[in-house]
Write a protein that binds this ligand. Structure first.
Ligand code: G
Ligand code: G
Ligand code: MN
Ligand code: NA
Length: 250
């Protein structure tokens, strides 16, 4: 409850911030993309999202936080002013089903003036599964704005191949539990190779999350994935550090 009360004030007090985790494009080993991850600088400590996102989700506060994150990421994208750079923002189930979502995404794009194609919106299958028909319609309207859609945490929980056919997804983000098993387990490597082939066949690109070792990265390359994300590539960092990384990239 204290947490929820603090969260209400967090945005007004300017205590929210975004860190950006870089992604490696395997085709040319360049960094052109990053995922925005919310942080809350509470008066006494930096609160990680796994502590406050679930609370925010339950109380509905996530709608406001999410809108703030979208606007901030679009503003950051404009401030980067690097052609080709792309930023991804996470959407929660509550946000997906909020009636004002499409309008607020549209407003964030217009206000910042960024190319809609440089914004990626990530959502999980669990956000879709509650009401797939409604989700499909909202995602169609989001896609019509010109942005890219990513299916997050793929391969866990609610996975259903039918979502891959029904939803207008551009990027499949394979859950980090797969990366963890890559080095030791040949069957996981084969499964990842098959997932990548399937996704490519359907016109989607593939990101593998949670890449922590060179061995895992080599397996991700061998499986034919397009992009790698994880601590080996980089930890989430403030925008200025991301900018340096993007500028230094081949
Ligand atoms: O940053 P990790 O480092 O701890 O993120 C934990 C979880 O919080 C992830 O599952 C991520 O999807 C979620 N998360 C991070 N930032 C946002 C955000 O801006 N909006 C929503 N809805 N979820 C977020
Ligand atoms: O949106 P999503 O649930 O995918 O959020 C990414 C989460 O994964 C964040 O909590 C982020 O801090 C975490 N993460 C990113 N890279 C790694 C990694 O290499 N290993 C582990 N264990 N977690 C990671
Ligand atoms: Mn994500
Ligand atoms: Na994920």
């Amino acid at each position: 409850l204290r947490l929820a009360a603090g969260l209400v004030e967090a945005e007004r007090r300017g205590e929210l911030l975004l860190h950006y985790q870089p992604l490696l494009r395997l085709r040319d080993d360049s960094v052109v993309e990053a995922e925005a991850l919310l942080r809350w600088q509470a008066p006494d400590r930096l609160v990680p999202p796994d502590e406050f996102i679930p609370v925010a989700e339950e109380t509905g506060l996530v709608v406001g936080l999410g809108r703030w994150a979208l606007q901030q990421a679009c503003g950051d994208l404009a401030a980067l002013a690097l052609p080709g750079a792309r930023l991804a923002v996470n959407l929660s189930a509550r946000q997906l089903h909020h009636p004002a979502l499409v309008k607020s995404v549209e407003a964030a794009l217009q206000r910042s003036g960024v190319d809609p194609a440089s914004l990626i919106v990530e959502l999980t299958e669990s956000a879709v599964v509650e009401d797939p028909d409604a989700a499909q319609s909202v995602l169609g309207r989001l896609k019509a704005l010109g942005l890219q859609l990513a299916l997050d945490d793929f391969g866990t929980g609610y996975s259903s191949l039918s979502y891959l056919l029904r939803l207008p997804v551009d990027i499949l983000k394979v859950d980090r539990s797969f990366a963890a098993d890559l080095a030791a387990d040949d069957r996981t490597r084969r499964l990842l190779g098959s997932i990548a082939a399937l996704a490519h066949d359907l016109g989607m690109s593939v990101t593998v999350e949670g890449v922590e070792t060179e061995e895992q990265l080599a397996a991700v390359r061998a499986a034919g994935a397009d992009t790698a994300q994880g601590w080996l590539i980089g930890r989430p960092v403030p925008l200025a550090e991301l900018r340096t990384r993007l500028l230094a990239s081949p």
